[in-house]
Design a protein around this ligand. Structure first.
Ligand code: HEM
Length: 353
């Protein structure tokens, strides 16, 4: 989805070509290297970088840079020297992010350089893809371990969207319980558990402690959002706690800040909530979900800059509704690990109407 917004292209699906493979490899390598990178957090490790992370990252960034440059050049060739209005008219379709940035480049070339455009592409991909996918994986796992909540959510979705139509973006945004499920998931499993490193620009005091200028500061969301002094039964999955006034912890009180707060807070919060609500809601509307293993889904946390599950979620889905006007129910399988499970289980779409 992020890629389609950025370049109008789609590198995932069944018809995979060389370009798709190259992109998937680059993204996987980036995640792997970044996941094992402690240098940004403990700078002294830079001097004993035995895994050669910095070198590996620089090499990878050169390849990524080349890939993004090709995307930009392609858009530039397609659009010629047209303004965004002309491009829009010509394509009779929505513009992608590169189109918009190239249009800005025409107006302010010294600011919107290709370097800047590539930086924005990278930031969108890195910050916007795994975060939402991993949160949905945690949400589904929590729902499987709490069947009553799953039933309640299915009922709410059915009440809003019925069986005749696939849940759409605006329906999903109105289902309060669905939004509460996502909020509660982000409380227990905040996907960016230490936010991103911040640095004090002047000497200051935080909670009575003197913080000198230039100190790297982390915010530990796991401690904050699971604090028994702030939350009743903090490790229990209770989406209902956000009903009414929030029932313990609203973002205003800073008890819960999965998207950060202030000037450098996540700018993708609106998009993320919409995407997760829509995708998760549609998946739950279309399928009954079953655990494969006996017992509870393993909720062990993995390591990395983001907070993945240690063990990828594997599950069995059974189509539970036949929706009218729905060409391919698989459009909504957007969690790559789930998609992989489908492919492995050889549940081709024809078998699955
Ligand atoms: C579940 C989904 C997401 C979560 C939990 C999340 C969380 C965060 C957090 C905690 C930060 C750091 C804030 C801070 O340090 O104070 C951040 C930064 C950022 N996020 Fe997200 N994010 C999500 C989705 C997205 C999406 C979909 C986009 C892209 C459109 C995005 C774009 C960004 C960018 C560009 C930054 C850096 C902002 C800056 O440094 O000024 N995020 N996000």
């Amino acid at each position: 989805m992020m890629l389609r917004m950025i370049s109008g292209k789609r590198y995932y699906g069944t018809d995979i070509d060389e370009e798709d493979k190259e992109f998937q490899t680059l993204m996987r390598e980036f995640t792997e290297i970044q996941g094992g990178n402690m240098i940004d957090f403990i700078p002294i490790l830079k001097w004993i970088d035995f895994q050669g992370i910095e070198k590996k990252m620089m090499k990878l960034m050169r390849r990524l840079d080349g890939f993004f440059q090709k995307l930009i050049d392609e858009n530039r060739r397609n659009n010629g020297s047209m303004s965004s209005d002309e491009v829009k008219m010509k394509k009779n379709t929505k513009l992608n992010l590169i189109d918009v940035m190239l249009d800005l480049q025409q107006k302010e070339p010294e600011f919107y350089t290709d370097e800047t455009v590539k930086g924005v592409i990278l930031a969108m991909l890195i910050a916007g893809s795994e975060t939402s996918a991993i949160t949905m994986e945690w949400a589904v796992s929590l729902l499987l371990n709490n069947p009553q909540k799953m039933k309640k959510l299915q009922h709410e979705i059915e009440t809003y969207a019925g069986h005749d139509q696939l849940l759409n973006e605006s329906n999903a945004a109105k289902i309060k319980y669905l939004q509460n499920v996502i909020t509660e998931t982000l409380r227990i499993y905040p996907v960016v558990p230490l936010l991103v490193p911040h640095e004090s620009s002047t000497d200051c005091k935080v909670c009575g402690y003197d913080i000198p200028k230039g100190t790297m500061l982390f915010v530990n969301l796991l401690t904050l959002q699971r604090d028994p002094n702030l939350w009743t039964d903090p490790m229990k999955f209770i989406p209902e706690r956000f009903e009414g006034d929030g029932g313990g912890g609203s973002e205003v009180c800073y008890n819960m800040i999965p998207f950060g707060v202030g000037r450098r807070a996540c700018p993708g919060v609106g998009l993320a909530k919409r995407v997760m609500g829509h995708a998760l809601g549609a998946l739950i509307q279309c399928f009954d979900w079953e655990k494969i293993e006996d017992g509870e889904v393993d909720m062990t946390e993995g390591t990395g800059l983001v907070l993945p599950k240690a063990e990828p979620l594997t599950l069995r889905l059974r189509g539970c509704v036949e929706l009218k006007n729905m060409v391919n129910p698989y459009w909504c399988i957007c969690i790559s690990r789930i998609e992989k499970t489908f492919q492995e289980a050889d549940l081709s779409s024809k078998k699955f109407s």
